[in-house]
Design a protein around this ligand. Structure first.
Ligand code: G6P
Ligand code: MG
Length: 238
């Protein structure tokens, strides 16, 4: 119910021009496609090989966090001090395992509601972009068949500062040629919500980010989202 209310409100505001939204920036992992399990499996293998405790709760803390910062979180559970070159090799090993798992990804893994949302936004001339910390963004988009569907892509390959820094979302807005305040970010991580707010954008928290205190809208997921239907409902409501 809460989810629908916020969606009604967002679409009403876009339609009525009370909130000048000209772009929606999507996080990738956990919003467009769920890669959590693959990240977990890859980090788990590395942790087991290194005899470091790692579980799903720790994995949750890695949402939206860059690869090297994720590794630092994992290594904080070890007594051993790793050199920079050892850390680099560990991160590379993790990524090799992760990329092998990503080979299994296909369009079937696109999360429910995403395709409809992308089509509906395009139909309304609202620009769409990816804003992701992942350096594997091009590979993942290719695997799921969405490599050419976005107007701009800002990812881990094009930024120096990872979320919660605002850089990736500001860069996406710059690529799109829009002002930050015209953008809505859809995110599943607290770090991503913080980054969106730091960029001066609206932030929609989905999944675990629906608990984020600073998200402007909170949704469990965006499945069953039908923008046309929602706009009709808004007309009745207004
Ligand atoms: C996303 C995921 C994080 C991951 C980061 C870097 O933000 O939510 O869990 O650590 O991307 O991913 P990468 O593919 O570059 O290792
Ligand atoms: Mg994410």
């Amino acid at each position: 119910m809460c989810r629908d209310w916020w969606l009604h409100r967002l679409l009403f505001d876009i339609r009525m021009g009370t909130m000048k939204i000209s772009a929606v920036i999507f996080d990738l992992d956990g919003v467009i496609v769920s890669t959590d399990e693959y990240h977990y499996q890859a980090w788990k293998q590395i942790s087991d090989q290194e005899n470091i405790y790692f579980d799903r709760a720790i994995n949750e803390r890695l949402r939206g966090v860059s690869r090297m910062e994720s590794l630092d979180i994992i290594l904080s559970h070890s007594d051993k001090v790793y050199s920079e070159s050892e850390k680099y090799l560990l991160a590379q090993r993790k990524n090799d395992i992760y990329c092998e798992l990503l080979n299994k990804l296909s369009a079937n893994d696109i999360l429910p509601g995403i395709i409809n949302l992308l089509i509906s936004l395009k139909a309304r001339d609202i620009k769409i972009a990816i804003g992701s910390s992942s350096k594997n963004t091009p590979f993942i988009l290719d695997q799921i068949g969405l490599a050419t569907n976005f107007d701009a892509i800002a990812d881990g390959n094009s930024i120096k500062n990872s979320m919660p820094d605002s850089e990736v979302f500001l860069l996406a807005a710059e690529f799109l040629g829009v002002q930050p305040e015209e953008c809505v970010v859809i995110e599943d991580a607290q770090a991503g919500i913080d980054a969106a707010k730091a960029a001066g954008m609206k932030a929609v928290g989905i999944g675990s980010a629906a608990k984020c205190f600073n998200a402007d809208m909170k949704l469990n997921d965006i499945s069953n989202l039908d923008i046309d239907h929602l706009l009709e409902v808004n007309e009745i409501r207004s």
